[in-house]
Write a new protein. Structure first.
Length: 364
């Protein structure tokens, strides 16, 4: 079972899962879900939640009847509902002795490389603090042109950024049905083609902004980034326990490994923004799968910024690796050849110790 083998799991919760037909929070359901999540956490799995429901809770709080809302009204309601949603998560998770952190992400945060790297570092640090990130779109100021507009694709991008093994997309259906009578689901999908799209039921629930079509778009993102994705019915108590036990869902199987997908992304850039020359000790460390530290850097070439794709060159001038730098050229020039514990003193602010993290690097 893919969930049991996974180290990092993204859980997308649909509006219909967390909010009932009257716009009220399903407290009993949420408590049961958190017990399921605790079981995963107790097995040393990292869990990220991408949660819908803020707009629906905002409507309920202000007693606004359900109807088609303009973007600016949806944004206002989301800002109100998000507070209530986060407070509920905090209260219920604290009862299970689990800490949470809130991350609001915009489209630009996932599509621009530097911002995506910054977002990933935030997730990694929350994991180090044993906190579960609760994610939603930062849509209170976004326009329709720079919005995801649904949490299906947002969850897939989050899974891609953090290198998740599995995305569980909870919905109000058992999976992707073979026909409109919704009796038989497809157990596995290995290629999303016209035939798969022909099975899509375009109807949406009262609160959700997505539908099966956006779930397939999310599945495409996952399949191309080495992440398994399941569409499953979350409208049961203890939905994760049920999913693991019964495996009633549609699994989308990735086309490439997670590592290969990331390597391909790094190497596939047309050009690099600069060069970092390293000594023999650093070259040996990188060959053994270590990160690049400032102590092993001899010199740099070019002007580049944090998050840029750079070429790592050995003393003889041979191309050694490519990677995404965690520092700008100006910063590296100041700390090259220095020990990691000197970085804060030299730069005047605290930062990470790796110039290029091993997960952001591909040896050539």
């Amino acid at each position: 079972m893919y969930i049991e083998k996974a180290k990092i799991i993204v859980l997308k919760i649909g509006s219909s899962n967390i909010v009932d037909g009257r716009g009220k929070l399903k407290e009993k359901w949420l408590k049961s879900l958190i017990k399921d999540i605790k079981k995963l956490v107790d097995k040393d799995k990292k869990v990220v939640i991408v949660s819908s429901g803020a707009i629906a809770l905002g409507q309920s709080y202000l007693k606004i009847k359900r109807k088609k809302l303009k973007l600016e009204m949806s944004q206002a309601l989301a800002s109100i509902g998000q507070i209530h949603l986060t407070n509920v998560y905090r209260k219920f998770f604290e009862k299970n002795k689990i800490k949470i952190g809130q991350i609001l992400i915009s489209l630009d945060d996932t599509e621009q490389r530097r911002r995506a790297i910054n977002a990933r570092r935030t997730f990694e640090n929350l994991f180090k603090l044993d906190a579960i990130p609760i994610v939603n779109e930062n849509d209170t100021t976004a326009t329709s042109e720079i919005k995801y507009g649904d949490n299906d694709r947002l969850a897939a991008r989050v899974a891609q950024i953090i290198g998740a093994n599995v995305l569980i997309n909870l919905s109000d259906v058992n999976g992707l049905y073979k026909s409109s009578n919704e009796k038989e689901i497809i157990n596995e999908v290995r290629n999303i083609d016209e035939k798969i799209y022909s099975f899509v039921n375009k109807k949406k629930n009262n609160y959700g902004s997505g539908g099966m079509e956006t779930k397939l778009q999310a599945a495409k993102i996952c399949m191309n980034s080495g992440c398994f994705m399941a569409i499953a019915n979350g409208n049961y108590n203890n939905p994760l326990t049920k999913l693991i036990k019964d495996n009633i869902c549609t699994w989308f199987i990735p086309k490439v490994s997670r590592l290969h997908a990331r390597e391909k992304w790094i190497v596939s850039s047309i050009g690099t923004n600069g060069k970092i020359y390293i000594d023999d000790g650093a070259a040996k460390a990188l060959k053994n799968g270590k990160s690049l530290l400032p102590a092993g850097i001899i010199r740099i070439e070019g002007k580049f910024l944090k998050g840029d794709n750079i070429l790592i060159v050995d003393k003889s001038g041979n191309d050694f690796a490519r990677g995404l730098t965690s520092f700008s050229a100006d910063e590296i020039d100041k700390i090259k050849g220095k020990k990691s514990d000197q970085i804060e003193k030299i730069l005047g602010y605290s930062s990470k110790s790796e110039i290029v993290h091993k997960d952001d690097m591909v040896n050539l």
